[in-house]
Unconditional design. Structure first.
Ligand code: URA
Length: 190
């Protein structure tokens, strides 16, 4: 494991482990506080994220920011946001299993350095890899599991909420559960 956050970021910025490096504009390493107790994990950069080098900056990201704001979380202050893969899959397709495998070491290293108390998986791709290989978002969203001492929950991906707005109330309930869990187990998030 790399012990220094900036060094890990530099290594990631030069990564050529999979084919996504050939079409990326920017590596999207992650954003937020390296001391965060709460970490969000998405799928992979889209077009806007690839252009700006920051996760969740498109329409889905704006929705995510609003939901975070409702429970007094902000990407600048008290959380960290990363993705399963750090480079944009062309045409926003799902990241392929070999691309996820090539990239997962960076995410593991981020988790190792940040040591979050809570991980929230945004959408199916992250939840399948991190929580349960059979994860069903519609059935399992909002339920907590504990793995290696870390409390984990999967919820709807913001882009899925834009496509299916009728799921927004359930997603909001998940965020309220997150707020309760933060109050229960975190020291300096609020
Ligand atoms: N979708 C994701 O999963 N991650 C991003 O960073 C942007 C969109």
């Amino acid at each position: 494991m790399i012990e220094n956050f900036e060094e890990l970021k530099q290594i990631c910025n030069g990564c050529t482990k999979c084919g996504l490096c050939e079409t990326r504009t920017n590596v999207v390493f992650g954003v937020g506080s390296p001391n965060a107790e709460v970490m969000f994990i998405g799928e992979g950069p889209g077009e806007n994220e690839d252009l700006q080098g920051e996760p969740f900056v498109g329409r889905g990201g704006q929705l995510l920011d609003k939901m975070l704001d409702c429970i007094d979380l902000t990407r600048e202050k008290n959380i960290y946001i990363a993705n399963m893969v750090k480079c944009r899959p062309p045409k926003n397709r799902d990241p392929a299993p070999d691309e996820q495998e090539a990239c997962i070491g960076y995410l593991r290293n981020q988790v190792y350095l940040i040591k979050p108390k809570i991980i929230v998986c945004l959408g199916r791709i992250a939840a399948l890899k991190i929580i349960d290989p059979n994860f069903k978002v519609t059935k399992q969203h909002g339920s907590w599991i504990v793995k290696n001492g870390v409390h984990m929950m999967g919820t709807f991906h913001p882009a899925a909420l834009l496509r299916n707005p009728h799921n927004k109330p359930e997603a909001f309930e998940d965020f309220l559960k997150l707020r309760d869990k933060i109050h229960e187990i975190c020291d300096h998030t609020y």
